[in-house]
Design a protein around this ligand. Structure first.
Ligand SMILES: Cc1cc2nc3c(=O)[nH]c(=O)nc-3n(C[C@H](O)[C@H](O)[C@H](O)COP(=O)(O)OP(=O)(O)OC[C@H]3O[C@@H](n4cnc5c(N)ncnc54)[C@H](O)[C@@H]3O)c2cc1C
Length: 393
């Protein structure tokens, strides 16, 4: 008999898990809290090759699926005076030409949901899970619209502030704030070539008061993000869009790199988002409920790995469940396959984040030491190979 699965969350982990489980002979239904299209605000995501490789394992062609994005296989890190500190590979090309790809978040979500629906997987919108419990041999869930559903398995793919995580373990640790805010934007069309970096190279600079990243899109526009350090998270409604833009312009005024000009050239300045991680969750699953993606282990956005970890989780879960009819054993195998790797990536992301919050003395030491340290680290190959060259077992 086909086993039914409720997937809470139609983001990256949820849609990919749905495709992986559907391939494994399960009957998943994705339940997304937002109405169709309502959650698709946001800036962009740089999806690393390890995540793209995992999509390929599901028979998806990243070149087709992410056609709205563009390759970003390299990164230049700059100091406060704009000088390059290091040029690093960001991932790829793999033997088939795949490289790390940058794509608008809305386009990524839409592509994954369209692919799930094309395979006949239902995606229900406006379904915010508010309660979940084991119910005899299965699970039952309730949504905010007072409807309910039951299934053989619940996959919690409901992101950083996961409700499923709390249902699974009411004592689960809360996400940890990392001392950085996030902003992003797109220039309104092509910009002056003097402001536009080389295609394929993500630029990142340690500004004096905020970290800034930018990349040229093939249409001549520039996509950018900023990370202002801040001791406490931003409160909802604390910044109007105009105040947020003014705040970023003030923080990035007078830098040797074109942050202020790029913000000025953008019609919409998105954010702020707070930056969090979830370093170690004691409970990932019960016999009938399991967490994937940010619900299980959010990593700092500074790692550039959150989306790829979500995809790797989802593909691994699908494989573990397809290998045996013993569901508790499959969920335990999934945790065993994933926990060590994601916790190592979370720790790596936290270290990357902390380089962005250094004070003036720390920043001078960082800018002086980084070129030397990077040269040493790269002497024996790419030190990020353990992240980027990983293949799902
Ligand atoms: C500013 C920022 C920049 C980032 N940049 C990058 C990057 O460049 N590269 C990268 O790899 N990662 C990046 N990340 C991290 C990445 O976005 C996440 O790790 C990734 O989206 C996790 O996927 P997910 O499916 O677990 O969660 P999400 O993508 O957040 O999806 C969760 C889904 O669940 C839905 N949901 C929430 N609660 C419920 C509920 N109760 N019931 C039903 N549905 C629910 C949400 O609406 C959402 O659609 C960034 C994160 C941020 C905040």
């Amino acid at each position: 008999m086909t086993r039914s699965v409720i997937i809470a969350g139609g983001g990256i982990a949820g849609t990919v898990a749905a495709i992986a489980l559907h391939d494994g002979g399960f009957a998943p239904v994705v339940h997304e809290a937002h109405e169709r299209g309502a959650d698709e605000r946001g800036a962009f995501v740089t999806l690393a090759v390890n995540g793209l490789n995992a999509l390929r394992d599901l028979g998806l062609d990243p070149g087709v699926l992410l056609a709205a994005g563009f390759p970003t296989p390299r990164m230049v890190l700059r100091g406060a005076s704009g000088q390059p500190l290091a040029e690093l590979p960001l991932g790829g090309p793999l033997p088939d030409g795949t490289t790390t790809t940058t794509i608008r978040r809305a386009d990524l979500y839409a592509a994954l949901r369209t692919e799930a629906e094309r395979r006949g997987i239902p995606v229900a919108y406006g379904k915010r899970l508010v309660h979940a419990a084991t119910d005899g041999p299965g699970v039952s869930v309730r949504f905010a619209d007072s409807t309910s559903a039951g299934a053989d398995l619940l996959v919690g793919a409901d992101g950083l502030h996961s409700r499923t995580r709390r249902a699974l373990d009411p004592a689960a640790p809360a996400p940890r704030y990392l001392g950085l805010l996030n902003a992003g934007g797109f220039t309104a069309g092509p910009v002056d070539p003097a402001l536009r970096p080389a295609l394929g190279v993500m630029q990142m600079a340690f500004g004096r008061r905020a970290f800034f990243g930018w990349a040229a899109a093939p249409d001549g526009s520039v996509w950018w993000f900023a990370n202002p350090p801040r001791r406490t998270p931003a409160e909802p409604g604390e910044f109007t869009p105009d105040r947020w833009r003014a705040h970023l312009l003030e923080l990035l005024a007078g830098e040797a790199f074109p942050a202020a000009a790029l913000i000025e050239a953008s019609t919409e300045v998105i954010g702020p988002w707070n930056t969090w991680d979830v370093p170690r969750l004691p409970v990932w699953h019960s016999d009938r409920i399991v967490l994937v993606g940010d619900a299980a282990h959010a990593v700092s956005p500074s790692s550039g790995q959150g989306a790829s970890m979500a995809i790797e989780d989802a593909v691994t879960l699908g494989r573990c469940l397809a290998r045996t009819t013993d569901m508790p054993a499959a969920l335990a195998a999934y945790e065993a396959a994933r926990r060590k790797r994601v916790e190592k990536v979370v720790a790596y992301g936290r270290r990357s984040s902390s380089t962005k919050t250094a004070g003036p003395v720390g920043a001078r030491i960082r800018d002086a030491m980084m070129p030397v340290v990077m040269r040493m680290l790269h002497r024996n190959g790419d030190p990020q190979a353990w992240i980027l060259e990983h293949r799902v077992a």
